[in-house]
Design a protein around this ligand. Structure first.
Ligand code: 5CA
Ligand code: ZN
Length: 412
């Protein structure tokens, strides 16, 4: 698929700090230790509705990972998928009497626009599930041949499932209890009660064709891919085992990331799938998780249409820590708008206080598990001083502009 346009990331003077990031699997903050090319896979959208602020917050968190790696001199190979065929998309198209392909294309195009406006650096590989079907079919065939997948005994709909214990490492991503696994599996797209499964937690790899549903001819029989195997295959075939960061929102910890890792580990006999499993907290609205199924959404495109500066949206979403569940409110936005105006005024002064220390503090805070509240407070302190007492450094405004652009992605 077509990705979206990139922006130039300026180099920042001074000394970069290696990024430390919370790893869900280890349950602690650990250094990321990429090679010359850092590798990251982030789960993309299911394009049946416009990008809301929850999606945006998650992609902004991983955009900061991307930017800290660039600051440290790494190339970054970033891969993201689009779940452009799956039940929620088909259900929405059916409800609205829309063509599911057209719906997916329309929402993906809007997502690209939103990401561009928010200055999210694009993935190098932006890959749809539909275009990956040949790769997925090949992988599911191998899982069947290895005896870690099976067909349910159903002549009409011979779906293929993955035996969840096959890798021997099931549970090492989420560390969830069996009770939590059962709850989340049922809530998040699983089908524990499907007759013929060997275990309620086994996950769908290939859904045999049903009347009225899209399907593709294949050596597995006509059908379409399951969800977890999509991300497993797209990541594995581009980044290989042991890539640096698998990212997404915390709603993807289980079953999605547990299974995408388990499929790849069972297939290759190697582990880990990813060296860090990194999860962003959920953005809420009026006390509930912002979600397409609940319909309590604030769209990035709606705010843009209302002339809200995308840089204020960016600052608003970065004003909380990425791992915290946090609400979007009018106050979050107005605080961000005030902050943006103050920062812009400060960097435009003819002279301001020196900013070398600020750049150092920005890097230190961001390297510490993307501590954006502390990073924003550091810029606030510099801007407040510049605006109240002034300063004598004629270059510091330009330096702050460069650092805030490169490290936070905010164009002043
Ligand atoms: N296509 C799958 C991933 S393979 C999917 O979950 N799509 S999605 O459109 O539902 O979500 C896209 C991304 O936004 C995921 O990483 C998801 O974890 C994240 N996300 C969804 N809702 C929220 C929210 N309220 N707050 C923060 N992140 C969210
Ligand atoms: Zn995914």
């Amino acid at each position: 698929m077509q990705s979206w346009p990139s922006t130039q990331v300026p180099r920042v003077p001074g000394t970069p700090r290696p990024l430390r990031l919370y790893d869900t699997a280890a349950g602690e903050i650990r250094p990321t230790a990429p090679g010359p090319t850092a590798t990251m896979y982030v789960c993309g959208i299911t394009p049946y509705d416009a990008t809301h602020l929850g999606h945006a917050a998650t992609y902004l968190a991983f955009d900061l990972v991307h930017r800290q790696w660039l600051d440290n001199g790494h190339e970054v190979h970033y891969v993201q998928n689009v779940t452009d065929v799956d039940d929620p998309l088909l259900e929405r198209a059916e409800r609205d009497k829309d063509d599911w392909v057209v719906l997916a294309m329309r929402e993906t195009a809007l997502f690209r626009e939103d990401m561009t406006a928010l200055r999210v650096l694009p993935p190098k590989d932006y890959i749809g599930a539909v275009e990956s079907i040949p790769e997925i079919v090949e992988t599911v065939g191998k899982l069947l041949a290895a005896g870690v997948a099976y067909r349910v005994d159903d002549a009409e709909y011979p779906d293929i499932y993955y035996s969840h214990l096959a890798s021997g490492r099931f549970g090492t991503v989420s560390n969830y209890s069996p009770e939590q696994m059962a709850t989340y599996f049922a809530e998040r797209g699983g089908d524990p009660d499907r007759p013929g499964k060997r275990h309620p937690l086994d996950a769908l790899l290939w859904r045999a064709a049903r009347p009225g549903e899209p399907s593709w001819e294949s050596e597995l029989g006509p059908g379409r891919p399951g969800w977890h195997v999509e991300c497993s295959v797209i990541a594995l075939n581009r980044l290989g085992m042991g890539f640096d960061v698998q990212g997404g929102g915390s709603d993807l910890i289980f079953p999605h990331h547990e299974f995408s890792a388990a499929h790849a580990e069972a297939l290759t006999g190697e582990h880990p799938f990813a060296r860090h499993y990194s999860h962003a907290g959920m953005i809420g609205l009026h006390g509930e998780k912002m979600s397409k199924s609940r319909g309590n959404l604030v769209f990035v495109s709606r705010l843009r249409a209302d002339q809200v500066d995308p840089m204020a949206i960016r600052l608003g979403l970065l004003s909380g820590h990425y791992r915290a569940d946090r609400p979007w409110t009018d106050e979050v936005l107005s605080t961000a708008q005030d902050r943006l105006a103050r920062w812009r005024a400060a960097v435009s002064l003819a002279a301001a206080p020196p900013a070398g220390d600020l750049v150092d503090r920005l890097r230190t805070h961001l390297a510490n598990d993307l501590d954006t509240p502390a990073a924003l407070a550091a810029v606030d302190a510099w801007a407040d001083e510049a605006l109240s007492t002034g300063g004598a450094d004629e270059n510091s405004g330009a330096l702050v502009r460069t650092a805030v652009d490169a490290l936070l992605g905010v164009l002043l």
